[in-house]
Design a protein around this ligand. Sequence first.
Ligand code: P5A
Length: 433
Amino acid sequence: MKFSSFFIPTLKNIPAEAEIISHQLMIRAGMIKQASAGIYSWLPLGLKVLKKIEHIVRDEQNKAGAIEVLMPTIQSADLWIKSGRYEDYGKEMLRIQDRSGREMLYGPTNEELITDIFQSYITSYKDLPKNLYHIQWKFRDEVRPRFGVMRGREFLMKDNYSFDLTEEDSKISYNKMFTAYIKTFLRMGLTPISLRAETGSIGGNLSHEFQILAKTGESTLYYDKDLEKIDPETINPDKLQSYYAAVDGLHDEKNCPISKEQLKISKGIEVGHIFYFGTKYSEKLSAFVQNNKGKKTAVHMGSYGIGISRLVGAIIEAFHDDKGIKWPISVAPFHVSLINLMIDDKACAKMSNIMYEKISNSKLDVLYDDRDCSIGKKLSDNDLIGIPYQVIIGKRDLKDNIVQLKNRLNNETKKISPEEALNFLLEQTLTDF
Ligand code: P5A
């Protein structure tokens, strides 16, 4: 992709309305534009990252045996009245009337709708377990939407729902998702910390939230430092759930079961939340199956959410410096930024075109900065948008057959030949594991 024909409207100044770093950087890097409070348009660079995150989430869901569906954003109030949550949800629910006066709503979550789909088709224990997911926009009319996409009113969530015959089977589904979540966040280069959590308006008695570590995170986490050492190949959910971990208000220094040496305190951001709530919705919405003795029983359910749009901001909170974003390779909008500092110089243009073609023909996604603007703007814009590798082509170096290869994650720069730079880039693996 050529920068000059793409659409990345970067900004030099910090926007006044943005309180936190990820919000500031997303606006400055031309990733999003606010449409109204807590509602955003995704510009091309932001959309690319959103899609990369969505891809990793979808891939891990599929690998864990979940099946994709797509439910609508607008729901009828009927099922919510049956489940009892139509009143409970209060003002956070955006209520809409259609032209015939029917009560509709913009879905804040989908427990009711999925339970209704399940009960329409599945009647036997032989069809269990089932785990259905979708990736769809949600709306929650938060009192104070802020922090950009981290706490929006409209936001993209991956949510799935498990259906099992017994509580015991449900725990297996729960742990499968627990493991899939850890793998998902590790693939994004993040460090996930899982904590026992409150169940809130979703209900039930078993719940974990997943926080990722970021120095600028909103929550303070207190946890066993061994929770940070996770090998993606040998994740043991029972073991991870047995470690001590608590957020802010729930940590009690006096009664903490682990030693001071073992306790770690870090800042985090909640990016996922999972719940087991038994038969709470299945009983109210008639999701019954026949068991092996022919007896009608309500199915045991769990629900599992990942904040996909929130993750874009959360990853920036975890990976940035004073110049801008530093994307982990697996979610980066492009892998390589090819920066031609002198577009009017014949040798620079020729070398840039050769490299652009070679990189374009590989598995790497390249952004070719061919803009007619100052060297300073080119370099600062590229640091701002945070593509992991930069190849910088300048007139003086090129005379000695040299280009600069910059690793944006550690800001190290090497002066090497264009061939060496190409070879290095083509050997990169594009996921974190
Ligand atoms: C689980 C899936 C649920 O809604 N029902 C279906 C359950 N859980 S949750 O904790 O309320 O939300 C799941 C994840 O969604 C993200 N999230 C948000 N992201 C951006 N803006 C918001 N206002 C917002 N609210 C929730 C979080 O990542 C959360 O963990």
